[in-house]
Ligand binder design. Sequence first.
Ligand SMILES: NC(=O)c1ccc[n+]([C@@H]2O[C@H](COP(=O)([O-])OP(=O)(O)OC[C@H]3O[C@@H](n4cnc5c(N)ncnc54)[C@H](OP(=O)(O)O)[C@@H]3O)[C@@H](O)[C@H]2O)c1
Length: 287
Amino acid sequence: MSNVRTSTVPTIDLNDGHAIPQLGFGVFQIPPKDTASAVSLALEVGYRHIDTAEMYGNEQGVGDAVRASGLDRADVFITSKLNNGFHRPDDARRAFAQTLSELGTDYVDLFLIHWPLPTLYDGDYVSTWKTLEEFRQDGRARSIGVSNFQVDHLERLVAECDVVPAVNQIELQPYFHNTDVDAYGRAHGIATEAWAPIAKGKVLNDPTLNEIAGRLGKSPVQVALRWHIQRGNIVFPKSVTPARMQENFELFDFQLEPDDIEKIDALDRGEEGRDGLHPDTMDYIPS
Ligand SMILES: NC(=O)c1ccc[n+]([C@@H]2O[C@H](COP(=O)([O-])OP(=O)(O)OC[C@H]3O[C@@H](n4cnc5c(N)ncnc54)[C@H](OP(=O)(O)O)[C@@H]3O)[C@@H](O)[C@H]2O)c1
């Protein structure tokens, strides 16, 4: 492949001995027919970590792009997630096999339970997690983790299961720091992945981020993403716009000083800043 840049992206060590690139590319809401071309562009820019999910319906495009890139499979970190309708162990086993088939690979780097769904399945996300432990055991998932798990959900897994999740992928952006869940993860060796890291583009017009960005010759989105990086969060901003893919990748040639970090920390609005669905009540099962 021409034009491949040497990746400057640091990695985060996970609690199972594997490492994950701290910056990746998210493909939520990229239509299946457009996914292969978007991921191909992202790989050309230099991204080596792709975040997809069964629910997004675009795993096949991700797999196609990785194969077409000519990169070694081992050089691209691929995450997918179990769909909400498949929490029962036999369904999860079938769905996971389907994920591997859609991606056209014999392993994923990371597989997550997408939502805990505590109001469904008699609140039993523990059996689901034990099924993911099988996938890790047989090597088809190098690492396993969860997404949108609250503190009480994590506590149950830690108490009742053998494997502590490698990551928890949660909503976390400048207006919603998800402090309790993030702190629990950090205290228990669970890496935080921040979804919707730029609040779906809302940070663009933020006066604080714009003031810092103007001073540093960066964009407000780059400042927000850099704030995540300096907190140790794993991020995978989504964009189908080539110039933005490039912009979002250029985070490693500048640094935020403590004063500026404090200003961004002060943007947290707690629960009011949450933009997405609440994990305690989310019960959507795609048809
Ligand atoms: N686990 C979960 O439940 C969950 C939930 C949501 C998301 N996620 C993951 O997190 C990833 C990121 O979250 P997200 O896609 O919801 O939101 P996001 O990355 O915070 O924001 C994406 C939006 O911002 C725009 N954008 C991107 N870069 C920009 C830039 N430099 N300047 C201006 N606008 C920019 C994009 O527009 P264009 O595409 O039009 O350029 C898109 O509308 C997802 O793709 C998915 O992998 C996981």
